[in-house]
Ligand binder design. Structure first.
Ligand code: NAD
Length: 247
């Protein structure tokens, strides 16, 4: 479904991001995975040894909030693979700190990664995609972007804003043949969730009609569809992939 496409996946070293990288490779794309540190990028590349040898996957660790670093990384990827068709803004962090203990610094950190980096990466990617006369930008939102959550207010606030960016950029970039969509996962079996206490997870699973958490590949498959030409008339959509969770 992604033959001859070139994709960049932020937060591609583990969890949902690594699952997206693997599914994109299986569908014929060339992929650059981005992580926060060189060590975690190398760890992920090690897991993809065969693809590394074929030259279909690259890894980088730019600061996603540094416009210059992001620009240079995207240029390098474009020069190596020849073009740049799909950006997945997936890097993100979560926290559950109650408001009374919530420091402005923590709020800023969440917003910097979950929102500001989506702006920076989308802008730099769109400049290249416009020149190429088209592309796809996909964002990892969350089910909490629709309902909010009862602690850690920075996280849902950032994801509400990601939905706003998604819908607005879809309207602004349509004329440049750039589609912009988001996937809003429910609870997914990754490190982000493994670190949460059992008492918090079990009641959530009871609210999922499908009776289980999502596996990263369940989410990655939605990204494959939205990245592909099968979704050629879909833009500005927030696709819930949450097993109809009833929070
Ligand atoms: P994860 O913690 O397993 O992976 C996070 C990824 O983000 C890693 O690849 C990491 O390298 C990258 N990252 C973290 N800090 C970074 C930084 N400062 N700069 C650059 N990259 C950084 O998380 P995950 O569960 O796979 O989450 C991926 C995305 O999915 C996030 O945007 C998250 O908000 C969203 N999400 C997750 C769930 C869930 O239940 N796991 C649910 C809804 C949405």
């Amino acid at each position: 479904m992604l033959e001859n496409k070139v994709a960049v996946v932020t937060g591609g070293t583990r969890g949902i991001g690594l699952a997206i990288v693997k599914r994109f490779l299986e569908e014929g794309a060339k992929v650059a995975l981005l992580g926060s540190r060189v060590e975690t990028v190398n760890h992920a590349l090690n897991e993809l040894k065969e693809e590394v040898e074929k030259g279909t996957v690259l890894g980088f660790a730019p600061n996603l909030n540094d416009e210059q670093e992001v620009r240079e990384t995207f240029q390098k990827i474009k020069e190596t693979f020849g073009h740049f068709d799909i950006l997945v803004n997936n890097a993100g962090m979560s926290s559950r700190t109650p408001l009374y203990q919530y420091e402005a610094k923590e709020f800023q950190k969440i917003i910097d990664l979950n929102l500001n980096s989506v702006f920076t990466c989308s802008k730099e990617a769109a400049i290249i995609m416009k020149e190429q006369q088209g592309g796809v930008i996909l964002n990892t939102s969350s089910m909490v972007s629709l309902y909010g959550q009862p602690s850690g207010v920075g996280y849902p606030a950032s994801k509400f804003a990601v939905n706003g960016l998604t819908k607005s950029l879809a309207r602004e970039l349509g004329k440049d043949h750039i589609r912009v969509n988001a996937v809003a996962p429910g609870v997914v079996n990754t490190d982000m969730v493994k670190n949460l206490p059992k008492e918090m997870i079990e009641p959530i699973i009871k609210t999922i009609p499908l009776g289980r958490m999502a596996e990263p590949v369940d989410i990655a498959n939605a990204f494959v569809f939205l990245a592909s030409d099968m979704a050629s008339y879909i833009t500005g959509a927030i696709l819930s992939v949450d097993g109809a969770t009833m929070v």
